[in-house]
Design a protein around this ligand. Structure first.
Ligand code: ADP
Ligand code: ASP
Ligand code: MG
Length: 423
């Protein structure tokens, strides 16, 4: 008998009907002879609604209480799902992240999993139950406080449990048929990918393809857990994410895997920084001490007359206030003239291992953007990715132009989006 971990995202359990539909799928997996562990997200946009609510009572909610609030969303869906399964005549038990043995560090709102001890899940399975686990949450090792893993964290819960339970596969059920060459909400002609390597999926996820969370792919690669991303609304086979394609998983030898976009970042420019050793270190130490992750960094050449330069970097919008406050507090020691904050930016990335060996990809990318009249503000590259920052208003046009320019448009059916609000 195999053990499968299935994760259902918020759009798959958006209402009572969705919960009943998902319950049937889970029961089918059990009837097929599997032991089934299910990780479930909060219903629909519940997490966003809880965040809005917190904002109405406090501009900067305390991390511990914020986590306590957000984990309530997953508790609702896990209990309802267990009830719906029981109603179909099968045994199910729901568990919070803490009960499931998801142990984290104590960084509230973006805790990292440091251990998984799924003893209670094993027992529940051995007793013939379907185990339902609340996604995106754990308990801190030192203080025993409830933590959350950051937005989209249920994907990580699922892979972490799959690794700890030595599952055959981690199935991620969502509102599209798999991983596409671009977000199907933006590019109707996006193509479903049959198989993608961990390497390319990591870059797509890091670049904003929220169909899988970056940390979840990282975890899956480390423990070599194959992921099957598919729709909970259709019976279609989805996208396999793994080290090597297996069996009849089709591999297209495309140079480019896909185009990702991200509108969740902002840009901070530190204006008038003395061009001397130690300045960049002081700026980024300040940001790191505030526990903020940055993405792209660009330093301009200094003006000869003043010896001053500007340094720009991007970071999650949600961390913008904190970063500005931290830099302002240290203005005296760092020494800069002013700060500029811009949250009307978008990042567009082209990803594919094939670009390592194919000259001209960068040029083709920039030409496509220029033909679409899109101005580039920042550029960063890795071996298998090129990213640019543009105005947020240009993002849709830019993604479509690049997708077409690299021959990724599908000539068959349009990509289907089954549910969700895209929020
Ligand atoms: P869930 O609630 O199931 O976790 P998410 O909203 O987090 O779902 O992720 C699914 C969404 O990811 C899709 O509805 C789609 O809009 C978006 N998405 C972005 N890039 C891609 C891509 N390359 N392939 C598929 N979906 C993508
Ligand atoms: N409910 C959480 C969120 O919306 C976690 C998740 O869905 O993965 O971010
Ligand atoms: Mg998600």
């Amino acid at each position: 008998m195999g053990l499968v971990v299935q994760k259902y995202g918020g759009s798959s359990v958006a209402d009572a009907e969705g919960i009943k539909r998902v319950a049937k799928r889970i029961v089918d997996a059990k009837k097929n002879g599997n032991q089934v562990v299910v990780v479930v997200s909060a219903m629909g946009d519940t997490t966003d609604e809880l965040i809005d609510l917190a904002g109405q009572v406090s501009p900067i909610p305390a991390g511990r209480e914020f986590d306590m609030l957000l984990t309530a969303g997953e508790r609702i869906s896990m209990a309802l799902l267990a009830m719906a399964i029981k109603n179909l005549g099968h045994e199910a038990q729901s568990f919070t992240g803490s009960q499931a043995g998801v142990i984290t560090d104590s960084v509230h709102n973006k805790a990292r999993i440091i251990d998984v001890t799924p003893g209670r899940i094993r027992t529940a399975l051995d007793e013939g139950n379907i185990a339902i686990v609340a996604g995106f949450q754990g308990v801190s090792q030192d203080k025993k406080d409830i933590t959350t893993l950051g937005r989209g964290g249920s994907d990580t819960t699922a892979v972490a449990l799959a690794a700890a339970l030595d599952a055959e596969v981690c199935e991620i059920y969502t509102d599209v048929d798999g991983v596409f060459t671009a977000d199907p909400r933006v590019v109707k002609k996006a193509r479903k990918i049959d198989w993608i390597s961990f390497e390319d999926m990591l870059e797509l996820a890091a670049s904003g393809s929220k169909v899988l969370l970056h940390r979840c792919v990282e975890y899956a690669r480390r423990y070599n857990i194959p992921i099957h991303v598919r729709s909970s609304f259709s019976g279609l086979r989805g996208t396999w994410v793994s080290n090597e394609p297996q069996g009849d998983q089709k591999v297209e030898h495309a140079i480019i895997s896909g185009v990702a976009h991200d509108v969740s970042e902002a840009k901070i420019t530190v204006v008038g920084v003395p061009d001397k050793p130690g300045e960049a270190a002081a700026i980024f130490r300040t940001i790191a001490n505030a526990e903020i992750n940055i993405d792209m960094v660009v330093q301009n050449v200094s003006a000869a007359s003043t010896g001053l330069t500007d340094i720009s970097f991007t970071l999650p919008k949600a961390e913008g206030r904190k970063a500005i406050d931290a830099l302002e507090r240290n203005r005296g020691t760092i020494g800069f003239e002013s700060l500029r904050y811009d949250d009307q930016i978008a990042k567009i990335s082209l990803v594919g291992a094939g670009m390592k060996t194919n000259p001209g990809v960068t040029a083709g990318f920039f030409e496509a953007l220029s033909d679409a009249g899109v101005n580039i503000e920042l550029i960063s590259t890795s071996e298998i990715r090129i990213s640019v920052v543009t105005r947020a208003d240009d993002v849709i046009e830019a993604v479509r132009a690049v997708h077409t320019a690299f021959g990724l448009d599908s000539d068959s059916d349009e990509a289907v989006v089954y549910g969700g609000t895209g929020r």
